[in-house]
Ligand binder design. Structure first.
Ligand code: ADP
Ligand code: MG
Length: 327
């Protein structure tokens, strides 16, 4: 069992940052409003995610650590309208096969918290009582300790932590309504407070993207025939100073989508700086049935059923936003 999970882990668990992404997405799926991420040594030594979400019942703990045990997809209907972030049911099992993973959880209605970990070649799950408030903590220690070849590919602590920081930024921009903290080696590094008012959104944007971006960015929000595009867009002259600041979300998921990028580039037209950099944080919202998110296992790509329509909508909204900006 461990070997099969390790093979699966090869696809999901590339580096500490991918572990953080999977675990935080699980916390979001569990309805958490507060997520704390503690990292030691760039994640090579420890990744700990605590949340105040719905928790996992004692009798579900073993299942949660087994492969293809997802509680999130039960019917074909679900598959067509996947709203939850994780749905492949293998993240915990995979991560657990290449680390020392401890899962501790308490649902509201359960008096006692319980803790589970998988051991040995057969990944037999051991469960014991623990102390924990409502919610879940996943501790991942010594990532890749049993796959030395993978462990060797880990970069410096600083580089790996940088990737984790980036994952947290992307998530911070996807959910203004939750609070997120990030610690490294015991020191607080990021503290994103919850708040969905425009002023609070601006504050988070400044914290994530820097005050320069929010200072110059145009705010936009347009809706047409069930499509909504909102967010922030740096005018071309300001974009110059902002390399690599391109965040796009489709129905709340971070995407690097070709169609979206193409529409944005076309909207900037020949005003795009010579280095091709544009800076934007954009949210596209549409009926979940109009998009397939299952195209790529890493879930970064989507397929729109009405690609042309979506492309033209984005293009139009951005052209208008760029035209109406104050001189
Ligand atoms: P998936 O997210 O694709 O369902 P995972 O391996 O990531 O698969 O998680 C397995 C299951 O464990 C989830 O379906 C969920 O029921 C449970 N789970 C994992 N993390 C949490 C969490 N933080 N809070 C509540 N339940 C969780
Ligand atoms: Mg998951």
């Amino acid at each position: 069992a461990r070997l099969a999970n390790q093979i699966a882990a090869g696809e999901v668990v590339e580096r500490p940052a991918s572990v953080v992404k999977e675990l935080v997405e699980n916390s979001l799926d569990a309805g958490a409003t507060r997520i704390e991420v503690d990292i030691e040594k760039g994640g090579a030594k420890l990744i700990r995610i605590r949340d105040n979400g719905s928790g996992i019942a004692r009798e579900e703990l073993t299942l949660a650590l087994s492969r293809h045990a997802t509680s999130k997809v039960s019917t074909l209907e679900d598959l067509e309208q996947i709203l939850s972030l994780g749905f492949r049911g293998e993240a915990l099992a995979s991560i657990s096969s290449v680390s020392r993973l401890v899962l501790t959880s308490k649902p509201e209605e359960q008096a006692q918290a319980w803790q589970a970990m998988a051991e040995g070649r057969e990944m037999e799950v051991k469960v014991q009582p623990a102390s924990h408030p409502k919610g879940t903590t996943v501790e991942v220690a010594d990532l890749f300790f049993n796959t030395p070849a993978r462990r060797k590919f880990l970069r410096t602590e600083k580089t790996e932590f940088g990737h984790i920081d980036e994952v947290i930024r992307r998530i911070a921009l996807s959910r203004f309504d939750i609070s997120l903290t990030l610690h490294h080696n015991g020191k607080p590094v990021r503290q994103y407070r919850a708040g969905t008012l425009p002023s609070q959104q601006d504050k988070r944007l400044a914290a994530v993207c820097g005050p320069a971006f929010i200072g110059s960015a145009l705010r936009l929000d347009s809706e047409h025939h069930g499509l909504r595009l909102w967010g922030w867009l740096a005018p071309p002259e300001a974009a110059r100073a902002q390399a690599d600041l391109q965040y796009t979300y489709v129905n709340g998921r971070m995407m690097r989508d070709k169609l979206l990028n193409h529409a944005v580039r076309q909207a900037y037209g020949d005003r795009l700086p010579a280095d091709g950099n544009a800076a934007f944080v954009l949210y596209l919202e549409l009926d979940a049935r109009e998009v397939d998110v299952n195209v790529h296992p890493a879930k970064h790509e989507v397929r729109f059923h009405q690609a042309r329509l979506v492309h033209d909508f984005i293009y139009q909204v951005l052209v208008q936003a760029l035209a109406h900006r104050p001189a």
